[in-house]
Design a protein around this ligand. Structure first.
Ligand SMILES: Cc1cc2nc3c(=O)[nH]c(=O)nc-3n(C[C@H](O)[C@H](O)[C@H](O)COP(=O)(O)OP(=O)(O)OC[C@H]3O[C@@H](n4cnc5c(N)ncnc54)[C@H](O)[C@@H]3O)c2cc1C
Length: 353
């Protein structure tokens, strides 16, 4: 095997997993070529992402854990100290140190730009990479494209949870450390909706509808606003397809899949940010250390399996079930058990439900 520093590595996508991978390769003296189809890094839409501690047990603090294990420091927008949940006939709140809010988009404080500032290699923008051509030219290709396109062509992708998102930046009055979540089959089917604040005056409001498409998402969005009686002003509006998939294997020849392209978007609430970072870093490590990529991914794959099982149960939920779920999750004794311990609730919830 040639010296690690001489390895030729191409990364498709300068998003979260691609930049995390580039940072780890650089730490080991490898200078990758990074290809990005857009004119710059960062999600096209500005929004506020969430990291909930309950989704990543037994990790207590994801920001600390990523700093220690991946050598990447992320500055959050805010803490999440309160989650309020609404079903048609039940609602309730949970308080505590529940997680973080993370800025996404093109701004300097967006997580993509925070990662970008850690990477020394210049990104080749406006370049739509062809995976097969790169695989012939380079020792390794990391597919960090954020979608299933390339993974599907190589026969490694199976759809798990297909959703269409409609989102907006809304203006009103918000608590900066509170997120809100709605569960209602009338407008979200087996999806959900959530509100995350940028600051006291503006927030992202996102509706996630299962098995919807660009044609009917507007009708669900209208229904959502009518039923929940919102009076916010909208400053920008967008829609987006979001698909979680099961991926195997995660490496085909010299091509490795990371982030969403590697199936690392959990299908319960669509969280993917920190597993995108982790999988990008593990792809780099498996290349420079010569280990099997699948072995590095063991814990991430276990978590995804637990989420897939839970998603299958949630897909059968009616509004009555959501009422019960919220009543149970916010009942005083259960609240203490679920949120103030470090129990891996996601692993066990499918069985309990
Ligand atoms: C609206 C929305 C809200 C979300 N909210 C959350 C949240 O709250 N919490 C959470 O954890 N996750 C959230 N996610 C999940 C999100 O997908 C991940 O956080 C993360 O961005 C995935 O990282 P990635 O590297 O796989 O893909 P991305 O960050 O999307 O990066 C992929 C990059 O590859 C580029 N690319 C694609 N194909 C090519 C090509 N052929 N050639 C060159 N470049 C290419 C793209 O332009 C893009 O820049 C959300 C996603 C969306 C869309």
């Amino acid at each position: 095997m040639k010296g690690v520093k001489k390895l030729r590595v191409a990364i498709i996508g300068a998003g979260v997993s691609g930049l995390a991978c580039a940072h780890e390769l650089e730490r080991h003296g490898v200078k990758p070529d990074i290809y990005e189809q857009r004119p710059r890094s960062g999600d096209l839409v500005e929004h506020v992402g969430v990291l909930l501690q309950v989704m990543n047990r037994p990790v207590k603090d994801q920001i600390e854990e990523i700093k220690e294990s991946c050598h990447i420091s992320i500055k959050p927008l805010n803490l999440v100290n309160k989650v309020t949940m609404y079903a048609p006939r039940a609602s309730g709140s949970i308080c505590g140190k529940l997680g973080y809010l993370i800025k996404r988009g093109q701004g300097v404080d967006a997580v993509e730009n925070q990662l970008f500032s850690l990477v020394k290699t210049p990104v080749r923008y406006n370049f739509r990479a062809d995976c097969a051509a790169l695989a012939r030219k380079y020792d390794y290709v990391i597919v960090a494209s954020g979608t299933y396109d390339i993974t599907k062509i190589l026969g490694c992708w199976e759809d798990v949870y297909k959703t269409w998102l409609m989102g907006a930046t809304v203006l009103g009055s918000f608590e900066t450390d509170e997120i809100k979540m709605w569960l209602n089959t009338e407008y979200a089917k087996s999806g959900y909706a959530y509100l995350t604040p940028f600051n006291h005056e503006s927030a992202s409001l996102i509706l996630v509808v299962s098995n919807a498409n660009r044609k009917n998402i507007v009708d669900y969005w209208k229904k959502f606003w009518q039923i929940e009686n919102f009076t916010f002003k909208i400053s920008s509006l967008w829609d987006w397809e979001h698909v979680s998939g099961f991926v195997y294997p995660h490496q085909v020849g010299n091509i490795l899949f990371a982030g969403n392209a590697g199936g690392f978007m959990e299908p319960v609430l669509g969280f993917a940010l920190f597993d995108a970072i982790r999988s990008g870093v593990y792809a780099a490590r498996s290349i420079v250390e010569g280990g099997k990529y699948e072995d590095y991914l063991a814990r991430l794959k276990e978590n995804i399996w637990a989420s897939i099982k839970l998603r299958k149960v949630l897909n059968r939920f009616t509004n009555k079930d959501y009422d019960h779920l919220i009543a149970i999750l916010t009942a005083p004794g259960i609240k203490q058990f679920v949120y103030n311990t470090n129990l891996d609730i996601i692993k066990h919830l499918a069985g309990i439900l």
